[in-house]
Design a protein around this ligand. Structure first.
Ligand SMILES: Cc1cc2nc3c(=O)[nH]c(=O)nc-3n(C[C@H](O)[C@H](O)[C@H](O)COP(=O)(O)OP(=O)(O)OC[C@H]3O[C@@H](n4cnc5c(N)ncnc54)[C@H](O)[C@@H]3O)c2cc1C
Length: 430
């Protein structure tokens, strides 16, 4: 089935919702697509319209605005896996494949957690910090479970607060960055009262949970599931009994679709100008795929991209003025939570690095590039397509993937077998 829209927005998180609403309110026909079954992205996953406050950063406000836009067609539960020609995206849901035609495209594909391999990290109950939050939102019973939270980034506090609210026993929080970096971070946000209040709220909500900076997990023990986590501060090590280890090392932008479409990548983020235009004409990008900057920045960038893609450059430029302060916050986040070099030596020869294809560190370390390791060991060729091991190896070995090919997500053969030539002509004919 083929559908055509003036604007297609990929990503139903805060940036995507804001972009879709801004564009549709300018009278454009808009599609919003997300692999999740409902809107919200990472931070608002599972929230409902009726819940909580209703200011311009709340899910209730944006969900209602999305619902009230008759020009937006919603495709939730659909994952974009290919872009066979300019103006066409291919999307898949449980074996069914559709084509979405667009004149302008907004990419709002967000970010994911960074995982680093260490001995035992593939044991059951060792999870990403954001991942355990998602599981609890989906019904994982967490009451009275002992959870150690470790890794890096503001997400650790957000998740600890959430777990405590759901009656987990959060044993301790370990942040790999130093106290000095955290103090500089707090100093850096004093000029931004909203961020300061948000930070202090998390401190209040996690009050009483031991918090240690300059500490990180080095191993976990357990027979068929996690029983304890070993933590180090570089000079001492100690072991803590726990039921779960919630562990993520800050976030990495999802840039695969932008790369496939030929958008220029700057370091690890999609390069955009002040109106969120990428290097490819008619393609815009907003939210955490352009850099990790938090909810407010995603919403603002989404609004700018929505207006600019709909042709309202004056409105977009007016909003773009507010972006400077947020970019400074994003750069402060990146500096504060940059990973320490000790984390590069956590893997042992038999530590699995690519968990999809079971490839140990020993085999990978015989190679000198991502391509060579991939071709000889199959690392990065499994279901996650290198989203986990590729990101880890970028930090561990400085390897960058030199090409991206469709499908960017696994898709059934029936969806892959659709004739590309026919497809392009069908879209042109409609
Ligand atoms: C696991 C996790 C948990 C987080 N929890 C919190 C929290 O509790 N509190 C907090 O303040 N911040 C949290 N954050 C940070 C938060 O994500 C951002 O501040 C904000 O939500 C970013 O909004 P966004 O719209 O840019 O991206 P996201 O919210 O990440 O939205 C991007 C959306 O794009 C979709 N997508 C990507 N690629 C495709 C594709 N090819 N096809 C279809 N859909 C696609 C994804 O499914 C996702 O829903 C979390 C981040 C992560 C990674």
């Amino acid at each position: 089935m083929n559908y055509n829209f003036e604007i297609v927005v990929v990503g139903g998180g805060p940036a995507g919702i804001a972009a879709a609403c801004a564009a549709a309110e300018q009278g454009k026909s808009v599609a919003i697509v997300d692999e999740n079954v409902g809107p919200g992205g990472q931070v608002w996953r599972g929230e409902r319209t009726q819940q909580g406050k209703c200011d311009s950063t709340s899910p209730s406000y944006w969900f209602r605005r999305l619902k009230d836009c008759p020009l937006i067609r919603q495709f939730f539960g659909w994952r974009i896996f290919d872009a066979p020609a300019f103006g066409i995206l291919r999307s898949e849901q449980q074996g069914e494949c559709i084509e979405l035609g667009y004149k302008r495209l907004v990419l709002a594909t967000g970010a994911r957690e960074r995982f680093l391999p260490f001995p035992g990290w593939t044991l059951p109950n060792v999870m990403g910090a954001g991942a355990i939050q998602v599981m609890v939102k989906s019904g994982l019973p967490i009451r009275n479970k002992r959870v150690v939270v470790a890794g890096s980034g503001p997400l650790l506090l957000a998740v600890s607060a959430y777990l405590r609210q759901h009656e987990a026993n959060v044993v301790a929080i370990y942040e790999q960055t130093s106290w000095i970096n955290l103090a500089r971070f707090m100093g850096g946000i004093t000029g931004s009262p909203a961020k300061l209040v948000q930070g202090l709220q998390y401190v209040w909500k996690t009050f009483g949970i031991p918090f240690r900076a300059g500490c990180w997990p080095i191993a976990v023990h357990g027979k068929d599931r996690l029983q304890s986590a070993v933590i180090s501060n570089g000079t001492k090590q100690w072991e803590l009994a726990c039921d779960y280890l919630a562990c993520g090392f800050h976030l990495v932008p999802n840039i695969e679709l932008a790369s496939l479409l030929g958008c220029r990548i700057e370091g690890t983020v999609v390069e955009v100008d002040s109106l969120q235009r990428t290097s490819v004409d008619s393609i815009f990008c907003a939210g955490e795929s352009t850099g990790i900057g938090g909810l407010e920045m995603s919403l603002l960038e989404g609004r700018i991209a929505g207006l600019a893609s709909a042709g309202d450059h004056i409105g977009a430029e007016a909003l773009a003025q507010q972006r400077g302060k947020m970019l400074r916050f994003a750069s402060l986040l990146a500096k504060t939570f940059a990973l320490r070099s000790e984390l590069k030596s956590l893997s042992r020869p038999d530590t699995i690095v690519c968990r999809c294809e079971d490839v140990p560190f020993e085999l990978i370390s015989r190679h000198n590039s991502w391509r060579s390791a991939k071709l000889h060991t199959r690392c990065g060729m499994g279901a996650c397509q290198g989203r986990i091991c590729g990101t880890a190896l970028e930090f561990l070995n400085g390897w960058i993937a030199d090409s991206i090919r469709p499908p960017i997500f696994p898709a059934p053969l029936s969806s892959l077998a659709v004739d590309r030539e026919n497809l392009v002509h069908n879209h042109l004919d409609t």
